[in-house]
Design a protein around this ligand. Sequence first.
Ligand code: PHE
Length: 340
Amino acid sequence: MKQQLENIKKVASDELKTIKSISDLEKFRVKYLGKKGELTDVLRGMGKLSNEERPVIGKLANEVRFFIEESIEERSKELAKEEQRQRIAREAIDITMPGKRKSLGTKHPLSIVMDEIKDVFIGMGYTIAEGPEVELDWYNFEALNTPPNHPARDVQDTFYITDNILLRTQTSPVQVRVMEKQKPPIRIICPGRVYRSDEVDATHSPIFHQVEGLVVDKGITMGDLIGTLKEFAKALFGKNTEIRLRPHHFPFTEPSAEVDVTCWTCGGSGCRVCKGEGWIEILGAGMVHPNVFRMSGIDPEVYSGFAFGIGVERTAMGRFNIDDMRLLYENDIRFLRQFK
Ligand code: PHE
């Protein structure tokens, strides 16, 4: 038995030198010290020894166990050190290597114009409101004085999700959502995405952007609306810009107007961009209809207000002289880089 123990010690110590990983080391431990390990096996046979032999062999067996345990501990430290050394070598950085150039994009022209519009109105004391793009028919049409079968619904080809849920065709539903929650004075804009099932061409896209505006207070007049829009037009298109209101119809404003600005290319004398008109339409506006006030819980006898809806694509195309709306959605970096 003594021979056996010494043999185990010798073999184990040789074997240990060949071990190269922590997981092999664990296998090694099990092989010798585990429940079915070689050393454990020998110890189990001790019961058969004589009374004189037992303490001698017992002591030796303990020494061997201790030796193996110590060796494992030591080897484990060595392996850990080795592993760390290799990791550091692996992670070393070659600081002489040329860097990878990260190409930065630029702000999208629509975002630039959106931010400019926001700045103008925030400067006039407006706050920004938001509403859902998946909207109830109630907010998009009915509460905006546009009942079912109203001809105005045909003008806005609508993506319906169910009979009474749709993708908003305009940012105007946010007017109603704001008036339901907030008592006048109200002065908000709502920039956002809107949807209409239009064919894509140089001036149409099924997804586009509007900035809605709503002002409600005592004594608000059409003069306030015109003054506001003039300021807006000059801020975006330059000091010499004029605006023009053409009578129009929106169910939720009365009176209503389509609003043009003097052409940004020719300044009003007529050119290719404005098709000889001298004017370009960029928004719809009007005085809030009393029915809309009533449905939103505001007394039209006490309050009045105006609303407008700016076409952001139109404005961006004017601001940057872009002649095809599709360019705005193609994400061609060579195109987008031109705008600052
Ligand atoms: N929502 C209208 C449109 O999309 C624009 C508008 C907004 C008109 C607010 C009047 C008042 O055509």
